[in-house]
Design a binder for this molecule. Structure first.
Ligand code: ADP
Length: 258
């Protein structure tokens, strides 16, 4: 995709990082982190220099997605991102004890985020993908406002409830003039591995219709698939572990479209 202009506003940028792209969702559990990880890997496959920053303070999943559990090294007061599959990775999960229940107030979320942006030696990156905390509360709004974002990708399932939340997500970014790069429909359908029947568990096509209504690009659909879940749990998301698979190609098309 042609480079988009760097986001406007006075938000915090990162020296050496050309674009910061947020992956967001109106609510948890819709596959935001899975999408962020696989799209980041697909951007690496395009030959870009990519970082993935897991800012989901309520449930960081990047350590599990990449099987990374060590603490980052500190050099000259800067944390070194961990690396996997060509990605530079930093997660709030590397910085706190695993399994710790995290009840964060807005200002704490913001300071953790600022630290991950400014006190990590990201180096030269074409894109830094930020896995946002789910929801559209104060913390998220502050983040959208204070980080110099080039754009946001919204992940939703086709279910009405999730779509209503996705709409709030789009509105939140629009309010602070962050361009919506598009909407991804995750868990779009389930393909029975035995008989090949396609079942639309949560309804189908809802996100595409919703994106059209909001004037946002529709980036594509990702089915509910065992391989996507299993590869994520094993520490090598599908784009890294099965780059030629149908699902990996679907993430590749999303990465090309943003
Ligand atoms: P979120 O970041 O929105 O909370 P996650 O990415 O952590 O959501 O996904 C929630 C759960 O659903 C995880 O167990 C993940 O492996 C699974 N999951 C996400 N997307 C898919 C998919 N397309 N197919 C199968 N499982 C998925």
């Amino acid at each position: 995709a042609p480079p988009r202009p760097q986001g406007q506003g006075n938000g915090v940028g990162v020296p050496g990082v050309r674009h910061i792209v947020a992956v967001a969702s109106g609510k948890g559990g819709v596959g935001k982190s899975t999408t962020a990880a696989n799209v980041a890997l697909a951007l690496v496959a395009q030959g870009l220099r990519v970082g993935l920053m897991d800012a989901d303070v309520y449930g960081p999943s990047v350590p599990t997605l990449f099987g990374l559990h060590e603490r980052p090294e500190v050099e000259n007061k800067m944390m070194k991102p961990l690396e996997a599959h060509g990605l530079k990775i930093m997660s709030i999960g590397f910085l706190v004890e695993e399994g710790t229940a995290m009840i964060w107030r807005g200002p704490m979320v913001m300071s953790a985020l600022t630290q991950m942006l400014n006190e990590v030696s990201w180096g030269e990156l074409d894109v830094l993908v930020v896995d946002m905390p789910p929801g559209t509360g104060d913390a998220q709004l502050t983040m959208a406002q204070r980080v110099r974002l080039s754009g946001a990708v919204i992940v939703s399932t086709p279910q009405d409830l999730a779509l209503a939340d996705a709409r709030r997500g789009v509105a939140m970014f629009q309010k602070v003039d962050v361009p919506i790069l598009g909407v991804v429909e995750n868990m779009s359908y389930f393909c029975c591995p035995n008989c090949g029947h396609r079942e639309s568990l949560f309804g189908h096509g809802g996100a595409r219709a919703e994106a059209a209504k909001m004037g946002a690009p529709f980036l594509g659909e990702i089915p509910l698939a065992t391989e996507i879940r299993a590869t994520s749990d094993s520490g090598a998301p599908i784009v890294a572990s099965a780059p030629d698979s149908e699902h990996a190609r679907a993430y590749g098309r999303i990465a090309e479209a943003i």
